[in-house]
Design a protein around this ligand. Structure first.
Ligand SMILES: [Zn+2]
Length: 255
């Protein structure tokens, strides 16, 4: 499995599209190609040089800065399946929670429904031999999580601390935006633990953090995945994990 990040709207939304290629067959999918002018040149060049055979568009959720490029992509590349949540533009296939499919012959994909940021949010867990990755859209960020636009703290708690936390700790995290600097500032305001300090140092020295941290790392440095930590409970003044989640989101929104 090869993951190629394509930053979009750098300095504004700081989004990422991801090109995921099955190396033996060259079958490839493009995840959240929301700004085609920044995505198509790379894909055109890889198609022309025989490096990829584009087989699908995948969306993590319906927001315009994730699924808003679908129609232009279909116009440019011809009819392709659009795999995503039910409200994604021109979607042709909505995988059920836990449904699996393949990219080429080696990449196994599992769709994980994680409603909250939007009700149609889906994370995609991919495995190829001992390589593991999860594409989390605006549900899980490095050191943070998405806003609860269409859901509540109970849903985000389930998404992060049940669904995503159940993935192998070695799974690399590829979020929909580069938000790590802002997220770590909030984490530091809540707790100055060693893992959070380490994340802060990394974010200061690296413009891009996608794919550099795992689910195991997030469980240590992401305060939204530490709702059972007595320190986080003291800071929020709550003990119930859902209440801790709600309070953390409220504090982050106010920052
Ligand atoms: Zn979004």
């Amino acid at each position: 499995m090869h993951v190629h990040s394509i930053p979009m709207w750098t300095g504004k939304g700081n989004n990422y599209a991801y090109l995921v290629t099955d190396e033996p067959t060259k079958h490839a999918v493009i995840i959240d190609p929301a700004n085609p002018p920044e995505v198509t040149p790379e894909l055109d060049s890889q198609i022309k040089s025989g490096k990829i055979n584009l087989t699908a568009i995948i969306n993590t959720h319906h927001h315009w800065d994730h699924a808003g490029g679908n129609d232009e992509m279909l116009k440019h590349f011809g009819q392709l399946p659009v795999i995503g949540g039910k409200s994604c533009k021109s979607v042709t296939k909505v995988p059920a929670h836990g449904e699996t499919f393949k990219i080429g012959e080696s990449i196994n994909v599992k769709a994980l429904h994680t409603p909250c940021h939007t009700q149609d949010s889906i994370c995609y867990f991919m495995e190829d031999g001992d390589q593991r990755a999860v594409f989390t859209g605006d549900t899980l960020f490095i050191g943070g999580c998405g806003r609860f636009f269409e859901g509540n703290a109970k849903e985000m708690h389930k998404a992060l601390n049940e669904t995503l936390a159940a993935l192998p700790d070695s799974t690399k995290v590829y979020p929909g935006h580069e938000y790590t600097k802002g997220n770590v500032k909030f984490c530091m305001a809540v707790s100055q633990s060693e893992p959070i300090k380490k994340l802060q140092a990394f974010a200061e020295n690296n413009q891009q953090t996608q794919g550099k941290f795992t689910i195991g790392d997030e469980k240590l440095h992401n305060v939204f995945m530490r709702v059972n930590d007595p320190e986080i409970q003291t800071v929020t003044g709550k003990t119930d994990p859902v209440d801790v989640m709600a309070k953390l989101r409220e504090m982050k929104n106010a920052m």
